[in-house]
Design a protein around this ligand. Sequence first.
Ligand code: NAD
Length: 544
Amino acid sequence: MNNAYFDFAEPKNEAVLNYAPGSAERKALQAALKEMKSEVRDIPMYINGEEVRSGKLAEIRPPHETAHLLGSFHVSDEQHVYDSIDAALNARDKWAAMSWEHRAAIFMKAAELLAGKYRYRMNAATMLGQSKNAYQAEIDAACELIDFLRFNVYFLSQIYKQQPISPLGMNNRMEYRALEGFVLAVTPFNFTAIGGNLPASAAMCGNVVVWKPANTQVYSASVFMEILIEAGLPKGVINLIYPPGPVVGDICFAHPSFAGVHFTGSTGVFQHMWKTIGNNIARYKSYPRIVGETGGKDFVFVHPSANVDAVVTGLVRGSFEYQGQKCSAASRAYLPSNLAEEIKKKLVSTVATLKMGPVDDFTNFVNAVIDEKAWNSITRYIDNVKSGNGDATILCGGGYDKSKGWFVEPTVIDTTDPQYVTMCEEIFGPVLTIYTYEADQWIQTLDVLDNTSPYALTGAIFAQDRHAIEYMTKALVNCAGNFYINDKPTGAVVGQQPFGGARASGTNDKAGSILNLYRWLSARTIKETHVPPTDYKYPFHQAD
Ligand code: NAD
């Protein structure tokens, strides 16, 4: 921007297509699913803009249809990590120096390609690779990722405009430089949009990136990489590799040019990363930025004045959409004794109507959980309840089957112990635990909720009494980074509900908001004095 200031208008959220029977989008998506299922994809790494193949293959199969082979990806080793760091650092100076309007154009073009030409392929990849139904894929892989790209261009434009004051005689300026080194993006399986956003938001700020997605998201991650390349992303700016997590961590965190990590995933992995970075702190050229959004134990607190039908719908959608594998999914609920029986009755009858099966049958509400490891972990919690070892019973669901895919029925556990293990630990599956409290003890029960888990990601309250709503909003101020009143605790939209949690749930840098972008910038303040003083003495030095 040498001789003009350019405007980047505030975007509107991408409209969600509904995929109703007979709609053009339903036909297009079904065709994309068919086409992708007919291929066996050979997925390379992308280092310095080149496709790289190690020959060491890892298979990709739909979680809901494990007999089917979608393709394989080429597993990365240590050398690929070093190569991608080198490629990133070689690309850095030119990329960091590129004018903003040209950098922005690449990401706006990527958003446009995803909204049009690639929409159904990206949704189909997410449905097949991560077992999302059509709607869950649409709100994630298409709409949220498009919104991340467009809104971040807008937010960054707002940041670049922020300038200090300049009294007469001087000009003060702020430059928002890229970090001096490379950024490591490590992304989870459960959102294609997070996979795309963590490398893209840092890169948009002029940074160069090494991107390591979860193995179970490589299938859709590679489609996003194809989009970025078609959008004109220069070689080496984002390098996509698939090494085991500890390999990428050990190499990147030991590198002097490591400048930051943009992570989403579990709390244990993030804490391990932070410790490693702390141990290596003297090696780095600059203090690395550490941004991580991690686990949750998201709550629904029902006040005695709540509307029962709104609660039941909030619990069903909030707990069981995408098989409870959203970091924001409701997984513990506190019911008042005056409403508990009615809520449980309606919950059981509603859950009985949820159809479970593969993603290509659009009537299914629930699909499979991501992989065998998740299936084993979730079913262990269910078996523990069934064994009668604690103060808990299965209210509905509790079945599971792995003959065709990693299926776990939506399950509601009823407990009389507010500290029962499934009220406290993140399960990351379709399992909701409910605890009934005495209706006149609702204020004391808020304390129990507050002290039950180390997390503070999302939470919802349901109530009609406005005094109670105000009281709970204040009393639960530190319990959730995203707090909902009379709504489910999931479904944050970019630009509307900036997302992130506190306590053990992360650094709360709010993906998809202006706050996140500040973390990938290093400001330089420039003061220019027009007529510099030529005498070191100040007026008070003069003799009387
Ligand atoms: P995960 O922690 O198992 O994996 C996340 C990423 O870290 C993957 O790419 C994985 O390969 C990598 N990894 C694992 N060990 C590593 C190591 N030692 N060094 C470097 N990288 C390593 O998480 P997941 O199962 O993919 O995702 C589910 C978790 O993510 C849940 O805990 C969920 O709550 C959390 N999550 C949080 C948010 C949020 O915004 N707070 C959003 C989505 C998911």
